[in-house]
Ligand binder design. Structure first.
Ligand code: V47
Ligand code: SF4
Length: 380
């Protein structure tokens, strides 16, 4: 018996921990038991065991920038602090194509590898517009990986263009889109989804879009919005649906739990969960999602200190936004009001907690190990 198992007298916890340490998949009811009964330190040891088995001390980040073409959105998700409905247009923004392309050009000579394009669902920005935009971005910077559009945006675009998901995704792929981000998943439980995000694509549609993308050779990420009206069983149900899809396709790169932030939205009366709960959630996610290679903490949302802590609770990736263009979280009350870290700052943040900073591309190919090749002064 591994000594950690003896840290608890709870025989059910001991049995589940034994499975985890023998790298066996845990069942939904076992995941639920961990959420309901396991203490933070216990979960941390198990999650860190898996993290270190897979990645050692390696902690991944990438050099990317965000484009948010608009915050005008036809939907009205209760947790969203970012979108402006068409009727509040004066508070919204709409970047012109030229403004977007200018932003891409502004990174000339900067060694970034990815652009993440995501925004509100604007009724006038359709599939053909975005396909042509991506083509123009690729013409400026052919090597840039384009990770674009949540399943919510894609569902809307395909419907408006009267195309199936496969047809719509194929058009985008042919114009240069490489992968999909993980947003829009929220929480899959149908009743809760209806309550907090009732008018956008359903859980089944979200999953179908990702499955279709994977079948076309476009990998993607998956998120889970937690810490609002859901309970632990809803979280396990969400992760179980993703785990099953990943078993079928293997197309997900990373799982990203997103903590609900309560400023400036219609759910502001709901208190945010504690940092302890954030860490417990990362740990259970790492244990449960045994077929996901990576677990990402999105630091612009949880803040740098929690991101550092999360690296001992199963997380091996902290994204890597290098500019201040992400407004989703600053508008929802994140402590990171200007989510921008230079590469030396990201490296320092990782090294400060004893981990090894690894720059990666979107597909987790290693670009550079900063312990082996430290950053030179002239690069900083
Ligand atoms: O789907 C919106 C979330 C998501 C709030 O794939 C909120 O690499 C918390 O998915 N509190 C979009 N969360 C962002 C996203 C993402 C971010 C970083 C990396 C990747 C990736 C994907 O933001 C939405 C929604 O779940 N969100 N409002 C809020 N108040
Ligand atoms: Fe629109 Fe996305 Fe906000 Fe929902 S979460 S209102 S789909 S921008």
């Amino acid at each position: 018996m591994h000594p950690i198992i003896e840290f608890t007298a709870d025989t059910e916890l001991r049995r589940i921990a034994d499975k985890v340490l023998n790298q066996q998949r845990i069942l939904p009811e076992e995941g639920l038991y961990l959420y309901e009964h396991a203490e933070l330190g216990f979960l941390g040891v198990l999650a860190n065991f898996i993290r270190e088995k897979r990645h050692g001390l390696q902690t991944f980040f990438n050099r990317n920038f965000h484009i948010e073409p608009t915050n005008i959105c036809v939907f009205d998700c209760k947790f969203c602090s970012y979108s402006r409905l068409l009727k509040q247009k004066e508070e919204g923004w709409e970047l012109s194509e030229e403004e977007i392309l200018e932003k891409v050009r502004s990174y000339d000579g900067v060694p970034i590898t990815e652009v993440h394009i995501v925004g509100g669902v604007h009724p006038k920005m359709g599939l053909q517009y975005f396909a042509s935009l991506i083509q123009k971005i690729k013409a400026i910077r052919p090597d840039l990986h384009v990770k674009a559009f949540t399943a919510v945006e894609l569902d809307y675009m395909c419907r408006k263009a009267k195309m199936s998901y496969a047809e719509g995704l194929k058009v985008l792929k042919d114009h240069g889109q490489d992968s999909l981000p993980g947003g829009g998943a929220e929480i899959f439980d149908e009743a809760l989804r209806a309550e907090i995000a009732g008018d956008k694509c359903t859980a089944a549609e979200w999953l179908e879009i990702h499955e279709t993308a994977h079948s076309l050779g476009m990998p993607s990420n998956a998120t889970m919005l937690y810490g609002h009206v859901e309970n632990y069983a809803h979280r396990i149900d969400h992760m179980e649906r993703l785990r099953q899809l990943q078993d079928r396709t293997g197309g997900f790169n990373t799982f990203i739990p997103l903590k609900f932030r309560n400023k400036g939205n219609q759910m502001s009366h709901i208190a945010e969960v504690s940092v302890v709960e954030d860490l417990r959630n990362y740990a259970v996610s790492r244990i449960y999602m045994d077929n996901f290679a990576h677990l990402k903490a999105y630091w612009p949302m949880i803040g740098r200190s929690t991101a550092q802590l999360s690296l001992s609770f199963g997380v091996d990736d902290i994204d890597g936004t290098i500019d201040d263009s992400t407004k989703i979280y600053s508008m929802a009350g994140s402590e990171e009001q200007s989510p921008s870290l230079s590469t030396p700052e990201l490296i320092e943040m990782i090294q400060a907690v004893g981990k090894v900073p690894i720059e990666r591309d979107t597909l987790y190919n290693v670009i550079r190990d900063y312990n082996k090749q430290p950053i030179a002064l002239e690069e900083a």
